[in-house]
Design a protein around this ligand. Structure first.
Ligand code: PLP
Length: 394
């Protein structure tokens, strides 16, 4: 059976070139980069080269800090909790503003600050495109705002947020700005300096790097209370022996992804658009967000009359790996702004089917996937008497 992977926003295949480059650091060049002997010196050199690639690839100056972490979740938790210690505890400021469609790494961290530590969190609504309006941020922000947090690209819809404008509004009000760039890095051009963010989080496995390694960009001169105390690793900002193979892999993956950006924006976008056009031919299917304002690889399609898990199961059985947003029960709908944004009817089952491509997908795969999705939708609608699907009633 063919196996077609269309779940690259969940994780990606490690690029073979990245894998090859990492291997020596697992068995031959395994010294601790902080050790003074030749084993340590060898890894130290590789580490410095990798860090330089990260600075270049993310548009950071050498005066900024890029701290290697274990994943974007760690980077995000660090910013949210660090801001509490640095900006909220014992200070006048007591508010964090965020978009309401952030990844759970953000929303759960903020929920913790809200419930356990009494921080005021303001959630900006999203518009029908699934992004937030700059005007809503202008209305919400005040001199009590410590941090504005807006993702660069949404993991479900792929929609790109106006982070340059949001960062500038935050700064006008003396608030700090963090962006979760996890779904942007490697898919669109990312230059942290140019967009003026204070902090930015990312994860290597989203751009064909290894799992278990990510990073946090900290703009020049900004403090951030550390979460991991111990040795003097990463300039004392994050302790723990460095994952050299992972860092070498992440840096090379970033270099390759940046080299491939034109390809991403032409070839992958073309395949994505082709798949989207085919899916839109199915009755009662809509796709959230203008495709020109999305990262080039992502589609979030609402397919009415089909239950999400049944759809994934059917596709999986036929060789297609995709993923779904929250199942559409009315309660879930109320609590899921993306579902609201796509205008899903609360009383009817629907699938929010996420298809996310990569540079390893071929046109032939996309044609096959489109066919399978059409067949699955038809098949499931036929058998789904439970949901009483009828196009005329919608
Ligand atoms: N932020 C976004 C937008 C994501 O898509 C993800 C992962 O899906 C994360 C953060 C968390 O990344 P990780 O699981 O690598 O920590």
């Amino acid at each position: 059976m063919r196996e077609i992977y269309l779940d690259n926003n969940a994780t990606t295949m490690i690029d073979p070139e990245v894998f090859n480059l990492m291997q020596p650091f697992l068995q031959q060049t395994y010294g601790n980069p902080n050790s003074l002997h030749r084993f340590g010196q060898a890894t130290h050199k590789a580490l410095n080269e990798a860090l330089n690639k990260l600075y270049d690839g993310l548009g950071a100056s050498e005066l900024d800090d890029i701290i290697v972490t274990s994943c974007a979740t760690e980077s995000i938790n660090w910013v949210m909790k660090g801001i509490y210690f640095d900006e909220i505890l014992n200070k006048e400021k007591n508010e964090i503003i965020t978009s309401s469609v952030e990844h759970p790494a953000v929303l759960a961290s903020l929920n913790f600050l809200e419930k356990k530590l009494g921080v005021k969190v303001t959630y900006l609504p999203v518009n029908s495109e699934g992004t937030c309006n700059v005007e809503d941020l202008k209305d919400a922000i005040s001199d009590k705002t410590a941090l504005v947090n807006i993702m660069w690209a949404n993991n479900e819809t792929g929609m790109i947020f106006p982070i340059k404008e949001c960062a500038s509004i935050a700064h006008e009000h003396n608030a700090l700005f963090h962006t979760d760039a996890t779904q942007a890095v490697g898919k669109i051009r990312v230059n942290f300096k140019e967009v003026g963010v204070d902090y930015a989080s990312f994860s290597a496995h989203k751009f064909h790097g290894p799992k278990g390694v990510g990073g946090l960009y900290i703009r020049q001169g900004l403090k951030l209370t550390s979460l991991l105390h111990g040795g003097e690793h990463m300039g004392g900002r994050r302790s723990g022996t460095l994952n050299v193979a992972g860092i070498v892999g992440m840096a090379e993956a970033l270099r390759l992804a940046n080299l491939m950006l034109n390809y991403e924006n032409s070839h992958i976008r073309k395949l994505r658009d082709k798949l989207e056009d085919e899916i839109l031919k199915i009755d009662d299917v809509s796709v959230i967000g203008n495709r020109d304002n999305r990262v080039p690889n992502t589609i979030l399609a609402s397919i009415k009359g089909v239950e999400g898990e049944a759809m994934l199961w059917d596709l999986n059985k036929n060789g297609i790996a995709a993923s779904t947003g929250s199942a559409c029960a009315s309660e879930a709908l109320e609590s899921n702004p993306i579902m609201e944004a796509i205008g899903a009817a609360p009383d009817l089952a629907h699938t929010a089917l996420r298809l996310s491509l990569s540079r390893f997908n071929t046109e032939d795969e996309i044609d096959f996937a489109a066919e399978q999705i059409k067949k699955a939708a038809n098949r499931l609608r036929e058998i789904s008497s439970t949901y009483a699907y009828s196009p005329k009633e919608m």
